[in-house]
Design a protein around this ligand. Structure first.
Ligand SMILES: Cc1ncc(COP(=O)(O)O)c(C=O)c1O
Length: 386
């Protein structure tokens, strides 16, 4: 019965008709192209060979953990990485296999009776999936709107034992940042509030030592659960949660993505530790990234004639239409620039955009080439952005 697969084909055809059918792009690492689509914010890919050679000369850790953390005999590299993170953040750390595992596992574990989650409207899909996996009671506050959050806190204070407020420190699509000081003030005002902060796009990038926005605001100790990922600026993969000893122990016992999945390879944990020691000192790269991001944001505002929401290295060019966004991305591709069109379901309908993800290794010549290409492509596609 071939038609048992028909329903899946119809869904793909619908995606195609709505210009949101996605496919894995081809390898684009050859031939002088400029990559503005990945999250290598410190530009470490440009020195990857040097780093790998240096790392492997001193390391022989295993490429497989062969079991989950609760069963594995190979623990020393994971423990060393957690110890380093604990020294940096001043609170215990627990490793997860990815940011997706960290958010789905942690959010669903935190959902016990008496809990309500209050989440920013633009939080990442991994948090949304965590909430739906455990059928959490949840209300959303308007993006970065603390007065709306305050009203929700007041509304739910009496009926809940704990109100878990979830935010990201740099939002992955608009590149704007969290009003962290305001969130901490709300935490003081509402004693049953727990603050959960996903620093995926700020780890390695913000704060003097790259520990994220909580470090930049000098508020690390005030954040109850801080999530960081290694797959972006840190040039590795995996993720961590920073929390109190109690919550760490609770997650070890209850977070299903931690318990029921093979741990990251020891070699990966060792490499991540090597990379964190490097990025900790990359103040110059962070400063450069900050400067080029500011310049690029001004450029995009000027060329579009509209204010840009970004306050970081992630800079959107809002287009508002899937077909137009695809066309602009294809034209940029022809100019040797990789900046992909972002469509549903990553952004809501009307939020289609080109997302430029800047990195610290971009030279002045490359930035000029990027700006020239954007001008040319936008002129060609005339007013096809808002
Ligand atoms: C805010 C946020 N959290 C978590 C993740 C997932 O992290 P990972 O890619 O390590 O699964 C992402 C990925 O883009 C993200 O943007």
């Amino acid at each position: 019965m071939e038609n048992k697969f028909e329903g899946y084909r119809q869904i793909l055809e619908k995606f195609e008709a709505e210009k949101r059918l996605r496919s894995i792009p081809p390898d684009r690492t050859e031939g002088g192209r400029i990559d503005l689509s990945s999250n290598d914010y410190l530009g470490l890919d440009s020195i990857a060979t040097e780093l790998y050679n240096d790392f492997w000369a001193q390391n022989g850790a295993s490429m497989s953990s062969s079991a989950s953390r609760l069963l594995a005999s190979k623990q020393s590299e994971h423990s060393a990485l957690e110890k380093l993170l604990e020294e940096l953040y001043g609170k215990p750390a627990l490793l997860f296999n990815s940011g997706y595992h960290a958010n789905t596992g942690t959010i669903s574990a935190l959902n016990i009776p008496g809990t309500i989650f209050l989440t920013d409207k633009l939080i990442h899909a991994s948090i949304i999936d965590g909430l739906s996996m455990c059928k959490a009671e949840c209300a959303r506050w308007k993006h970065n709107d603390l007065s709306h959050l305050r009203r929700l806190l007041q509304k739910h204070e009496k009926s809940s034992e704990r109100m878990i407020v979830v935010a990201e420190s740099i939002y992955s699509m608009d590149g704007d940042i969290v009003p962290l000081e305001g969130l901490i003030e709300l935490k003081r005002e509402f004693p049953s509030m727990i603050l959960y902060l996903d620093e995926a796009h700020a780890f390695g990038v913000r704060g003097e030592h790259g520990l994220g926005m909580a470090e930049e605001f000098d508020l690390i100790s005030e954040v109850d659960l801080l999530i960081g990922t290694f797959g972006k600026a840190c040039h590795s993969s995996g993720a961590f949660v920073i929390a109190s000893p109690l919550i760490r122990s609770y997650l070890i016992n209850t977070a299903r993505s931690f318990i029921f999945s093979t741990a990251i390879p020891p070699a990966n944990a060792s490499w991540t530790r090597y990379m964190i020691e490097k990025i900790y000192k990359m103040t110059g790269e962070r400063q450069k990234l900050n400067e080029i991001s500011k310049d690029f944001r001004n450029f995009i505002s000027e060329i579009t004639g509209t204010a840009n929401p970004s306050q970081s290295q992630i800079v959107p060019l809002l287009v508002g239409d899937a077909e137009k966004a695809l066309k602009i991305a294809r034209d940029l591709d022809k100019e040797g620039i990789d900046a992909l069109a972002i469509r549903r379901p990553t952004v809501p309908p009307g939020g289609e955009r080109i997302r430029f993800s800047l990195n610290a290794s971009l030279s002045a010549d490359e930035l000029n080439k990027i700006k020239k290409a954007i001008r040319k492509v936008l002129l060609k596609n005339e007013n096809q952005f808002s």
